[in-house]
Design a protein around this ligand. Structure first.
Ligand code: PMV
Length: 326
């Protein structure tokens, strides 16, 4: 079995030494329009299928890594418990690069209560900061591979705009990285509806594993992704918003269908999630092109275009609007 450490050594080299007093990196959060759900290799975060996302500029992690006598992690200026889950993940990640100890500070402009998975921007920023500290000369593909080792969806956060994570077929995962599509869509809007910022009972890693192991619906998931991915790519090329929205919404619902079909079932929806879904559908029935997507949690993200902003905002006054292509 290939280990993360071997992958880092192939990309960055063995016996890396910090060449500066600190390394810095930043990255935006991304939201998948066609989801990554299921791993073909758990250790390397290699996905069963490709996926496609849009990055949300302004919702970013800025990270600084410094060599230190003791391991430490500060998130938004708050010292984290060094034995806690988040700190352990960060320290284990940096231990892939070097045997030294590091102090990590990360400031996130992703509001903590936004219900967005901040691990994507967090690990992409951490990978950049490590590469900067050790002065590793690599391109975007390999930076994306390094970010993926921290958290799968982080590999898409190394780029802005629409980004496709190509699943790849290699056992070492060197061909499993993000590629920017480079097709801006200035009128696209993402509306964040915070339903709950509470800690989830089941994290995405466990939920993915459970789905793959127990859901009979999951066997049809790769086929669905193939269709949605193709349609979303074409919709982006043709600026066909209704096609984009339809396939993004259907893809998110398909992913949740596999979760509901798992045992024990994974049910992330809260009554307010369903209310938001019905709200979006009611707007659509009135002729407003608004769609939604959801990840491994109860929060709902609306997709619409600038000319629908007013009417969408009227229906969802608490919504926070993000402009993916400012
Ligand atoms: O990268 P992870 O392990 O946090 O998984 C993310 C999974 C989803 O957010 C549900 C889908 C996706 O493609 O981002």
């Amino acid at each position: 079995m290939i280990t993360k450490k071997q992958v880092v050594e192939w990309i960055a080299g063995a016996d890396l030494r910090p060449v500066k007093t600190q390394g810095t990196g930043h990255a935006s959060v991304n939201i998948a329009l066609c989801k990554y759900w299921g791993k073909r290799d758990e250790a390397l975060n290699l996905p069963v299928t490709s996926s496609l996302s849009v990055s949300l500029p302004g919702l970013e992690a800025h990270t600084v890594v410094r060599p230190a006598d003791e391991w430490s992690l500060r998130l938004n200026r708050e010292v984290q418990d060094a034995g806690g889950r988040t700190a352990r993940r960060v320290f284990d990640y940096l231990a892939l690069f070097s045997d030294e100890k590091f102090a990590v500070e990360s400031e996130s402009t992703v509001p903590l209560a936004a219900g967005l998975a901040s691990s994507a921007s967090g690990f992409a920023a951490l990978a950049r900061a490590a590469v900067d500290l050790f002065d590793v000369k690599i391109g975007g593909d390999m930076l994306s591979v390094l970010a993926r080792l921290g958290s799968g969806s982080a590999c898409r956060s190394v780029y802005e705009g629409f980004v496709e994570w190509q699943a790849g077929i290699r056992a070492d995962g060197m061909d499993s990285h993000a590629v920017p599509l480079g097709q801006p869509w200035p009128s696209l809007r993402v509306g964040l509806l915070l339903i709950s910022s509470g800690c989830k009972k089941t994290g995405s890693r466990d939920a993915m594993r459970r789905t793959c192991e127990t859901s009979s619906l999951y066997t049809s998931w790769p086929h669905k992704v193939e269709q949605d991915l193709c349609a979303i790519r074409e919709a982006i090329k043709d600026r066909d918003f209704e096609r984009l929205g339809r396939h993004a919404e259907s893809n998110a619902l398909g992913m949740h269908a596999t979760m509901l079909d798992s045992w024990p079932p994974v049910v992330y929806w809260l009554p307010e999630s369903l209310e938001a879904i019905h709200g979006a559908h009611a707007l659509r029935e009135q002729g407003v092109p608004v769609y939604f997507t959801m990840d491994a949690g109860p929060n709902v993200k609306l997709l619409y275009e600038a000319d629908s902003e007013e009417v969408v905002k009227q229906r969802f006054p608490a919504m926070r609007t993000i402009v993916p292509f400012p």
